[in-house]
Design a binder for this molecule. Structure first.
Ligand code: GLU
Length: 505
């Protein structure tokens, strides 16, 4: 067995990459990087009915987005069928496996009878000693060692004992010639010289079967580490009922990869009471012995908190490393090439488009803001103004939607509260003054408002708050004068005048 740590992530491409799978991938990645080892990506696609090329692509895309790179692969089991066949033949020749001609119908019938008689519905070993060389389709079964116990020495669960009498002669190769998971996984892990099998503990019960396959094939055993499942708040296995479960869904909801990684690593692993980790710290501190053996509960509020943290961090961290990666992301492969607000701005433009804002609307808003600006520069200014307040990029895109032309939605209560007849006169005067300012920037606008309220003996809020409601639709927004600068003179006046007009009617 290799002296170097060699681990693998072996997803079945039967759907998107679930956050539980992503955490398994992350633990494998961290373990490999911590030990300066090798991470292999292996797509387990022998279940031809359920596997799709799209799922395999989505898994690769998810891993890339999370910044989890691999050193070997992706291997595809469907391309390795000759290898499994060769090992199956070897087992058949030495009598460790045998051909079975029982049909699915017969097996089902015997299962029912066994259950009705209160016996275990296991395969009854009917073909075990028949030495068949059949014409008709056959499956290859392992002649299992059915006495004694198999002990799994698991890094996370400790010593787990399985009674071999519970095992039946399970299938290694199906009658269609395809290997089963329990067979292919052992052949691959052994040939790929995997030293540590780190996977979900839903596979713990498969491990005694796999250990039997290692033994008959004379392969050395790897170490096993079975990571507990992730549960929803009701303590059932995390599923779509509990909200988004796939990595790409979180990306599309506006979470940053570093936030999801930081969130997932802590679901089951700890390092003192530290919550926020840089990539480098994770690689330095990660140990499988610090992974708990009880299931973790997915907590959306904590993920939001971490995402808000990383959004704020991305806003301020403009340091690029020599390879062009933002400094907070060191350890990520260089898929992110811009740092700080520039990175968020590029993402925000995508989220605006997804929220239904057209390219033309973004272009027009940019020109209103600055005749020389680019959409990216405009988005960057928006990010600077709104970024601190949002938990996700989706929220940021929604909160800044009123910057684009067209009707906006008014919070009716705010409108009633702040748009009283006496404020109307003030707004009229303010409109007159801001129409003529030489530069429509936050500092100039603030001075206009402050001078006006001082002259009239008013408080700033008496005029600023109604303005905010008219321009944004709500009584809460980022600092008003920055918002006005982003909106530009034309839209600001247009909205104020439209409201004054309605009030006069
Ligand atoms: N392909 C299996 C799955 O996606 C994982 C197998 C393993 O890690 O051993 O559940």
């Amino acid at each position: 067995m290799s002296d170097r740590v060699r681990v693998r992530f072996a997803p079945s491409p039967t759907g998107d990459l679930h956050v539980g799978g992503a955490r398994t991938a992350l633990y494998n990645w961290l373990f490999a990087r911590h030990h300066d080892g090798v991470l292999i990506l292996r797509i387990e696609d022998t279940d031809v009915e359920r596997s799709t090329a799209e799922s395999a692509e989505a898994i690769v895309e998810s891993l890339q987005w999370l910044g989890l790179d691999w050193d070997e692969g992706p291997y595809r089991q469907a391309e390795r069928l000759a290898i499994y066949r060769e090992h199956a033949e070897r087992l058949l020749e030495v009598g460790k496996a045998y051909r079975c001609v029982c049909t699915p119908g017969e097996l089902e019938e015997r299962r029912k009878v066994a259950l009705a008689a209160g016996r275990s519905p296991r395969y009854d070993g009917r073909c075990r000693d028949r030495r068949l060389e059949p014409e008709k389709p056959w499956a290859l079964r392992l002649r299992v060692q059915d006495a004694g116990v198999t002990i799994v020495n698991d890094i996370i669960h400790g010593e787990v004992r399985f009674d071999n009498a519970e095992l039946d002669d399970f299938i290694l190769v199906r009658s269609d010639g395809l290997p089963t998971y329990n067979f292919a996984v052992v052949v691959d892990d052994a040939l790929m010289e995997v030293t540590h099998v780190i996977r979900g503990d839903d596979h713990l019960s498969n491990t005694p079967k796999q250990i039997q396959v290692y033994r008959v094939l004379d392969f050395p055993l790897p170490q096993f580490a079975h990571v507990p499942m992730i549960l929803g708040p009701d303590r059932t296995r995390l599923s779509k009922r509990h909200g988004a479960t796939s990595v790409l869904a979180y990306r599309d909801l506006g979470y940053l990869p570093e936030a999801l990684v930081n969130y997932l690593v802590r679901l089951g692993w700890s390092h003192g009471d530290q919550e926020i980790f840089s990539r480098d710290e994770l690689v330095r501190y990660f140990e499988l012995t610090r992974v708990g053996h009880t299931p973790a509960v997915f907590d959306h509020a904590k993920l939001d908190w971490l995402n808000a943290h990383y959004l704020r961090e991305a806003l301020t961290d403009t340091r690029l490393t020599p390879t062009g990666v933002p400094a907070t992301l060191t350890g990520f492969p260089p898929t992110v090439v811009e740092a700080g607000p520039k990175r968020l701005a590029a993402l925000l433009v995508e989220f605006w488009l997804k929220a239904g804002v057209s390219k033309e609307e973004i272009g027009a808003a940019t020109v209103r803001w600055s005749s020389l600006g680019s959409a990216r520069a405009f988005a960057e200014a928006v990010v600077q103004t709104f970024g601190e307040r949002s938990k996700t990029l989706c929220e940021l895109a929604q909160a800044s939607r009123f910057l684009f032309g067209g009707p906006i939605e008014y919070d009716v209560r705010a409108r009633e509260k702040y748009l009283q007849p006496e404020t109307q006169r003030h707004l009229q005067e303010v409109c007159r003054r801001i129409r003529n300012v030489s530069s429509f920037d936050a500092a100039t606008l603030e001075k206009v408002y402050r001078d006006f309220v001082a002259e009239r003996g008013l408080k700033l809020g008496d005029v600023a708050q109604p303005t905010r409601v008219v321009l944004t639709g709500h009584s809460v927004s980022p600092p008003l004068f920055q918002v006005m600068e982003l909106l530009g003179r034309d839209i600001s006046l247009e909205r104020l005048e439209a409201v004054l007009q309605q009030k006069n009617d």
